[in-house]
Design a protein around this ligand. Structure first.
Ligand code: KIV
Ligand code: ZN
Length: 388
């Protein structure tokens, strides 16, 4: 029997806190609407204590999508937890996500606290968060580099204090799948059915998705991830990749998510339109080349039967079919449609600007790539003073 894996999206929090990705409140709302279309289980809308803007964004998302399970991040302090609870007051299903580092490296150099102190503060903070809502998640920051005995002790104490979800991040993207799987398996066994074990993997060694998958196989049932894999440094586990792995390889992986995968491409494009960059062309699932077949042998096989070179029907992830190559003979209409596919709805004035930039580029290059068109759209929005 297939088992459910919950998708906790942190595009608006971990994703947003990385360079080039900050979003205004209206931009977060626009992106949140796409996450609702996707059917993510939990949407982390921000870190309310971090700034007034972050507080307002969490509040606005909670108000507009009050049926959604919305999470807000808080360190293990009263100030942070009170602020998170305040920002979440409009949602019917609030989750306070409180965190504290547990590795000796962080304790010694960053927190300058003993293991006992950390344990005590975790317990107090989870208890405080539970006075505001039933749904409390505790994250042991840098769990992957934490002494497993201590991690088990903290995890059990957080659950006893009232946490329902225990998240064990690979904060610095250092772990490898076999090692991470052993750690997650051990904590899952220790907690039994008292809590959901969650993972949150960074991609510093390009292993965020592989580590998340290993964790699922070891018992984790919540994956923290982001659209296009954005996030601190090299980013987080990519939502579209982990979801499509489970969907495509159900023959080997008896797990499912409730994601409406046909909205993946639109979510990716919308994100690219509100931040300063899109996914690289060869990015799995949502990259511009993900479903392109260029080599003659590949084209020949593909035309005879798509399954020769395509493991996912592009429709499954919402990639528009029969895309035209845009070049110097393309007209305004085709360009406007492409901009819309890329997440940019343009006014007449903006379209004029984009068309001008596009024609200039099309004179110089053979087909104009989507990322170049998206850049011109961003320039237009900037030049004409409108946020995307
Ligand atoms: O990477 C990390 O450890 C985090 C936690 C706050 C969940 O982002
Ligand atoms: Zn993180």
């Amino acid at each position: 029997m297939s088992q459910r894996v919950y998708i906790f999206d942190t595009t608006l929090r971990d994703g947003e806190q990385s360079p080039g990705c900050s979003m205004t409140v209206p931009e977060k709302l626009k992106m949140a609407a796409k996450l609702v279309d996707l059917g993510v289980d939990i949407m982390e809308a921000g870190f309310p204590i971090a700034s007034i803007g972050d507080f307002e964004a969490v509040e606005a998302v909670s108000k507009e999508f009050s049926e959604m399970q919305v999470a807000a991040l808080a360190r293990c302090t009263k100030l942070d937890i009170d602020r998170a609870a305040e920002a979440l007051k409009h949602t019917k299903r609030p989750r306070i996500h409180t965190f504290m580092a547990t590795s000796d490296i962080h304790l010694q150099f960053k927190l300058k606290k003993s293991r006992e102190q950390v344990l005590e503060e975790v317990v107090k903070s989870v208890q405080l968060a539970r006075t505001y809502c039933d749904d409390v998640e505790f994250s042991a920051e840098d769990a992957a580099r934490t002494d497993p005995d201590y991690l088990e002790q903290v995890s059990k104490a957080a659950v006893a204090a009232g946490a329902r979800t225990i998240n064990l991040p690979d904060t610095v993207g250092y772990s490898i799948p076999s090692e991470y799987s052993a750690l997650i398996g051990r904590i899952c066994k220790a907690l039994g059915d008292t809590a959901i074990v969650s993972v949150h993997c960074h991609d510093d060694l390009g292993l965020a998705v592989a580590n998340s998958l290993a964790a699922i196989e070891a018992g984790a049932r919540q994956i923290e991830c982001t659209i296009n894999g954005i996030g601190e440094r090299a980013g987080n586990c990519s939502l579209e990749e982990i979801v499509m792995i489970l969907k495509t390889r159900g023959d080997k992986l008896p797990y499912y998510t409730n994601i409406n995968t046909e909205h993946l491409f639109a979510a990716s494009q919308t994100l690219s339109s509100v931040i300063t960059f899109g996914p690289q062309p060869n990015k799995a699932i949502v990259g511009e080349n993900a479903f392109a077949h260029e080599a003659g042998i590949h084209q020949d096989g593909y035309l005879k039967n798509k399954s020769t070179y395509e493991i996912i029907d592009p429709k499954t992830v919402g990639v528009p079919q029969g895309k035209l190559v845009l070049g110097k003979h393309s007209g305004r209409h085709a360009l406007k449609d492409r901009c819309s596919d890329l997440g940019f709805e343009l006014s007449k004035e903006e379209l004029d600007f984009v068309y001008h930039g596009f024609c200039e580029l099309a004179d110089r290059v053979k087909g104009v790539r989507n990322d170049a068109i998206a850049n011109i759209c961003r320039d237009a929005k900037k030049a004409l003073g409108v946020s995307a």
